[in-house]
Design a protein around this ligand. Sequence first.
Ligand code: ZN
Length: 304
Amino acid sequence: MFNLRYISFEEDTSYEYLIKTATNKPKKNMDKIFPHYNTLSIQVNDYINKVPTIETIVPLSNTIPKYTIDNIHETLYYLYDSKSDKVKKIKSDIKDLTIKNPLTKNGLVCPYCGISRQSLHDLDHFMPRSKYPEFSILTYNLIFICETCNQDFKKSEFLDTNKHRMFLNPYFDQELSTLQILDCDIEVDDTLLVIEFKVNEDIQNTHGYLYTIADNHLNTLNLADRYEHLVRNDLLDKFFVRFKNIDNKNQRQINILDIKECQSYINERIIELSESSINNFELIFWKKLYDCTDWFKNISGKIL
Ligand SMILES: [Zn+2]
């Protein structure tokens, strides 16, 4: 979960380039949408002006007669799949700019979940093109994310039943860089850790609506479970390997632990993550584990 830079949308050139000829005639296959070019421009400007409260945008399908929208819905939807150089450039420019952001580690870390992947290869329509085909090639609306977030969880969701946004927006929700939105509770139960990732309750009073969006984001993208899985299978596994008693070859026995040594290991992880987003789940987990001194005592010398 972190911010990305976005490409300013050249509203005058992109849609115009795709829909109109130089002599103000419809381009090939654009004759249905051509008469509605001005309405489309207003809609696109509405997005740009309303950012970040884009949930208040009324879909084009609600503002123009149904028989008309039925005619142009498909044209707008498939603009995104156009083989034109303009659309190809929009897509590749967004990918390039994302990859250049150090927080994505060369395009391997997803801005929605903050999880490292083998690669990012989905361009998500933040406002889904099935419901808002008018934004199918709007650069503000296209975000380069991981396949898991896009295809397994986000799909074509956008608003909840209360018309609240369901996802944090890496382009426009600037609080992702300035406010700790994600939190992690850890309870020690003997040698076990009860780990729960959730939205930081401290922001509920000061940033009520952001809290709601962030809670939707975590729930819809299944982030609490995905983070806990990674913590248990990757982060804690490395911790156990570091403090394993190497004399006991058959079982995973933990050394007699020195709390300072455990905290020093955790500090190294925190330093490694010092360039990360304030909302990086690994960073938040290690900071919380640092204070779990009872747990270090409880696992000391134990076979786990
Ligand atoms: Zn993701």
